[in-house]
Design a protein around this ligand. Structure first.
Ligand SMILES: [Fe+2]
Length: 359
């Protein structure tokens, strides 16, 4: 399989990954053969790219770091939690514990799976998919810190619910495409405190989980909000969720900008490591991210264009690339593989979004 930008899809291509709406519905199943009408719909829904079956690379698999079932169930839970809050009811804390346990179980059963952001997400409502990703990243970072099960649960509950305070804010404000006025920015910042108040009222949700909502926008250099906390005055959980939250926001399309590719987002986190973000947290996280997920088409410094077939641990910046085209864009035919971790003289210079321009 390989990754193809939605606008370059053609009828007859077959999906290698399902397309899931952010409230947990399967819109197009894995294996679905695309028709023109499906392609237009995907573009309309804001899906940036999908994974398609490519007979040239039957051996390359795109594996989501979460199982489909966990992702669907978690998405539905976040959605229903938001609905409950809007209608003034309490959260279903037992459903939250169940989902959190499932996510922890799922992620701990795949210790070598790197985080690849599959761009199969829609622009319809960013919050649900974002919360599930932030929670998953937080669990992975928590495991790298060797937190025990009880701590992972506290962390995961707070991470999954970190942005619930946004349910109290006007929708137009959250989706405003232009720059915010100082008063609007102040209102947005309130979601941290509101989230804390909501979670701490739930009784069965621990205070540390509630503090994640309160602290996830704090920065260790004191430039965060709402209380300008610094260093370890921010709880480890808050420092973890800050990194998870920013990374997932960077690799997502937002109302005011389009997504960054994983390696760019990683560079931005590294740049702020030890400044805004806890360096240890950033280090643990980046060891678990696929900068160039399998199926990504890349151009190498030699001019060769190839597809990433495997990601090397721990040097995730230097994957194994199967060469497809020479520097003049001619099909190599007899494909060969380059392990970039063993070729320090060769580097990736570009992610190629559109293979058709080579043909
Ligand atoms: Fe937030």
């Amino acid at each position: 399989m390989r990754r193809v930008c939605t606008k370059h899809l053609r009828a007859g291509m077959q999906l290698a990954q399902p397309v899931i709406s952010s409230d947990g519905k399967i819109l197009l199943a894995k294996g679905q053969v695309l028709r023109e009408s499906y392609i237009s719909r995907l573009i309309q829904l804001g899906v940036y790219s999908v994974y398609v079956v490519d007979p040239r690379f039957p051996d390359i698999a795109a594996e989501d770091f979460l199982s489909e079932q966990s992702r669907l169930q978690a998405l539905r839970l976040v959605r229903s939690a938001c609905t409950s809050l809007i209608s003034g009811s309490l959260l279903d804390t037992s459903a939250i514990s169940e989902v959190v346990d499932m996510l922890i179980e799922d992620l701990s059963s795949k210790p070598n799976l790197l985080v690849s952001i599959f761009d199969i997400r829609l622009k319809d409502d960013y919050t649900f998919a974002h919360s599930v990703n932030v929670c998953s990243f937080a669990i992975l970072i928590g495991m790298a810190f060797a937190l025990h099960k009880g701590q992972l649960r506290e962390l995961a509950v707070g991470a999954l619910m970190h942005d619930l305070g946004k349910t109290a804010l006007p929708r137009e404000l959250l989706h405003k495409p232009g720059p915010l006025s100082p008063a609007e920015y102040e209102m947005i910042q309130e979601h941290a405190r509101i989230g804390f108040d909501i979670l701490r009222r739930q009784g069965e949700i621990g205070l540390l989980s509630a503090h994640i909502a309160f602290q996830h926008h704090e920065r260790i250099d004191g430039n965060g909000y709402p209380r300008n906390l610094t260093g370890t005055d921010i709880h480890l959980y808050g420092r973890i969720v800050a990194v998870a939250d920013v990374y997932d926001a960077l690799v997502s399309d937002r109302a005011y900008r389009s997504r960054y590719l994983p390696h760019k987002a990683a560079e931005m986190l590294t740049e702020q490591s030890g400044k805004a973000f806890d360096a240890e947290v950033v280090r643990h996280f980046l060891q678990q991210v696929a900068f160039y997920p399998t199926g990504t088409l890349v151009r190498l410094s030699t001019g060769i264009i190839g597809v990433v077939v495997d990601v090397n641990r721990p040097v995730t910046t230097r994957p194994i690339v199967r060469a497809l085209y020479d520097s003049r864009g001619n099909d190599i035919g007899d494909y060969y593989e380059l392990d970039l971790s063993k070729h320090s003289d060769i580097s990736i210079i570009e992610v190629v979004a559109d293979e058709t321009r080579l043909a």
